[in-house]
Design a protein around this ligand. Structure first.
Ligand SMILES: Nc1ncnc2c1ncn2[C@@H]1O[C@H](COP(=O)(O)OP(=O)(O)O)[C@@H](O)[C@H]1O
Ligand SMILES: Nc1ccn([C@@H]2O[C@H](COP(=O)(O)OP(=O)(O)O)[C@@H](O)[C@H]2O)c(=O)n1
Length: 216
């Protein structure tokens, strides 16, 4: 079984993907980490040919060693860098095979990101599109960073998230929209347990329908 989980920044897709992977005993790939690793490798530079060249080279050279510094990878600044490298078609192409191979391993898999249901796994068995209102998402991300001891400027964080969401939605190579066959799950009013229960229900119902069973 392949489960695709997409959604905007801090909507809770990683938390849900982790929970679904645990529930169904599937491996999980957080594809945002790949873009973050490329962004981190390039570092702060102005947009332009040099930035593009460095990003493409970093994407082609990416390996597991680049995914270990979780603190640097998950910072809000690295998130913005990730969204800047993510608009480069060659970067997305360089990361495609790794994601596709992960998705199609015999065990099945859960992947979360922006384009899993549209581009990486249009054939996924179950697609979830996670949504939550932007204030809730900012507050969740702020708390997540504060728990790690990061000093958070909520005003700046809100704008970083908005900037990133806008870039992702307009990304001509990104595929960041809800696939027609994706199930929308709004987690604004759900805590983590309730959101996971709802996601499991969707997966079970979808798989039962596929098997020709009656899930009602
Ligand atoms: N339904 C929820 N209610 C409250 N907090 C949540 C919920 N889902 C996730 N979180 C918290 O919000 C933060 C961001 O969640 P995460 O799964 O990393 O988002 P994403 O992968 O979409 O960026 C984490 O600290 C997580 O524990
Ligand atoms: N499948 C993916 C995953 C991430 N990304 C890009 O990488 C950035 C960081 O993704 P992420 O999933 O780690 O970010 P959060 O939603 O966790 O904040 C996104 O803002 C996108 O620009 C992408 O283009 N495609």
């Amino acid at each position: 079984m392949i489960i695709a989980v997409d959604g905007p920044a801090a909507s809770g897709k990683g938390t849900l993907a982790t929970g679904l992977a645990r529930h169904y005993g599937l491996p999980h790939l957080d594809t945002g980490l790949l873009y973050r690793a490329v962004g981190l490798a390039v570092g702060e530079r102005e947009d332009g040919p040099e930035f593009e060249r460095a990003a493409i080279a970093a994407a082609r050279a990416l390996d597991a060693a680049h995914l270990s510094d979780i603190e640097a990878l998950t910072s809000a600044e690295t998130g913005v860098l990730a969204s800047r490298v993510a608009v480069i078609a060659e970067v997305r192409a360089a990361l495609f095979a790794f994601q596709r191979d992960f998705a199609t391993q015999p065990s099945g898999a859960v992947l979360d990101g922006r384009d899993i249901g549209t581009k990486i796994c249009p054939d996924a068995d179950v697609k979830l599109f996670i949504q939550a209102d932007s204030k809730a998402r900012m507050e969740r991300r702020a708390k997540q960073l504060e728990q790690r001891g990061v000093l958070v400027d909520r005003y700046a964080l809100y704008h970083q998230i908005e900037e990133r969401d806008a870039r992702d939605m307009l990304n001509p190579h990104g595929g960041f929209y809800k696939a027609d066959d994706a199930h929308l799950l709004d987690t604004t009013l759900l805590d983590i347990e309730a959101a996971l229960r709802a996601a499991i229900e969707i997966v079970d119902r979808t798989m039962a329908l596929k098997a020709g069973g009656d899930a009602s």
